[in-house]
Design a protein around this ligand. Structure first.
Ligand code: ATP
Ligand code: MG
Length: 432
């Protein structure tokens, strides 16, 4: 009887090397993009106290009601949760370490999030987000800057077909007046509501607008609009954001039904959406959350941020035919014989000192079989060392992609000259 295999947890994926190289490309692009806007990294725990999320995200939300991986620490009885999103933890850290004492902050993080959802394409139980947050800026300029950041990133990644949806959620008092009308409207149409909507009718009617149930869409379309309940200050903020976007030539659609799945937002909310990922088309979402810092026990501070779904964006990057460096190596090092193999280790380390990537043949075998592996490896050169070469401190250097450089034949090179010779050839090829 064979031992049963252990599989990964449903909805939690391994990212294998071919795929992981696209992740690397994505992360490199993202980090330099963030730096160009003055955002600094912050690294946060994956596990946080459960009350943090209940207080921040809101009790009557999909995430807190049914998507959180919560458990009790068996050693001390503390209620803990695998983070379903990053903003709450980031705000906790900002308060805990008093980061706003001196100056506003622009922060970002990248990492796993966990939500117990039904797994499907673009929706997983462990997924990754890049989160971008700013603290201490109250005006529409930072909202607009964060939206412009998105537009630039899609360009940097070479992605097109990602469009911007924009809305404003106003302030608490404006939402309260709208809420009453909304409840009355849904009460009048109670027979059309589904179970979820009925349950939220009095606890969180705004959430009903976020429902994905196709049967509710007409009803939602006819619902009273929050935007009609906004006062002058909220309207001015919203217009301030739009001005900057128009000046920058970033097109957007105002979507009055865009309310976001978390309770902490106010004023500006936005989503970047593609039509290429089916129902899971939102690749980036965010907005302003001015009340959250105070709500989590800090001194009041305005804040604004967004999160990107990395799986969805890397998927688009792959589909767009993006290229990674792959596993391509500069050198495959072939060696046989006792003295040759000792020299080979030294040669390999010396080449790496000079910045050359070396795949060192392990596992012995004949020259012939090693050369086959070298050819199959995709490396640019084979460096070949036998005892004869070793005896005189030389190696054979053989271009493996001869089609690219027909003039280059195999030749003998002194060990001391090898790195220079390889660098020279790589440089010449790049030039040609
Ligand atoms: P959705 O409406 O798709 O459920 P959401 O409003 O729950 O999204 P946010 O909490 O705003 O999502 O998260 C920001 C982004 O993270 C989303 O736009 C999406 O790209 C990504 N994301 C959210 N949940 C998942 C998931 N389960 N798997 C993969 N990516 C996700
Ligand atoms: Mg969701």
């Amino acid at each position: 009887m064979s031992t049963p295999k252990i599989q990964s947890v449903r909805g939690m994926n391994d990212i294998l090397p071919d795929e992981a190289e696209f992740w690397g490309l994505f992360e490199e692009t993202v980090c330099s993009w963030l730096k160009s806007y003055g955002y600094r990294p912050i690294r946060l725990p994956v596990v946080e106290p459960t009350p943090l999320f209940k207080r921040a995200i809101g009790e009557v939300t999909d995430i807190v009601e049914k998507e959180m991986y919560s458990f009790v620490d068996s050693l001390n009885g503390e209620p803990l949760t695998l983070r379903p999103e990053g903003t709450a933890g980031c705000v906790r850290a900002v308060i805990q370490h008093n980061l706003l004492a001196q100056q506003p902050q622009r922060l970002y993080y990248l990492g796993q999030m966990f939500r117990h959802e039904r797994p499907q394409k673009g929706r997983y139980r462990q997924f990754h987000q890049v989160g971008v947050e700013s603290f201490g800026f109250a005006g529409p300029d930072i909202d607009a800057e964060q939206i412009l950041m998105g537009a630039r990133l899609w360009g940097d990644l070479g992605l097109d077909g990602i469009s911007l949806q924009l809305n404003t959620l106003g302030q608490a008092d404006e939402r309260a007046r709208h809420r009453e009308e909304l409840i009355a409207y849904f009460e009048r149409n109670r027979q059309m509501l589904d179970d979820d909507a009925c349950r939220r009718l009095h606890s969180n009617p705004l959430r009903i607008l976020d429902s994905k149930n196709p049967a509710l869409q007409d009803l939602i379309l006819g619902a009273p609009r929050l935007i009609d309940h906004l006062g002058a200050a909220s309207m001015a903020h919203f217009e301030g954001v739009q001005h900057v976007l128009r000046d920058a030539g970033v097109p957007f659609t105002i979507n009055p039904r865009l309310v976001r799945g978390l309770d902490y937002y106010n004023l500006t909310v936005f989503e970047w959406v593609t039509d290429r990922l089916g129902a899971q088309g939102t690749v980036c979402a965010g907005g302003r959350y001015d009340g959250l810092v105070e709500q989590l026990g800090g001194k009041p501070a305005p804040a604004c941020g967004f999160a990107m779904g990395v799986e969805r964006l890397v998927g688009l990057l792959r589909d767009a035919g993006g290229e990674t460096k792959g596993a391509a190596m500069d050198v495959y090092l072939v060696h046989q014989g006792h003295a040759a193999s000792r020299l080979a280790v030294r040669v390999a380390e010396g080449l790496r000192d000079a910045g050359v990537d070396v795949l060192f043949h392990c596992g012995g075998g004949s020259f012939k079989s090693q050369m086959k592996k070298a050819d199959a490896s995709g490396a640019t050169f084979a460096v070949i060392i036998g005892d004869d070469e070793a005896a005189v401190g030389e190696v054979a250097l053989k271009p493996l992609r001869a089609d690219e450089a027909p003039a280059n034949k195999q030749k003998r090179v002194k060990v001391d000259d090898l790195a220079d010779e390889i660098m020279r050839c790589l440089f010449d090829w790049e030039e040609s």
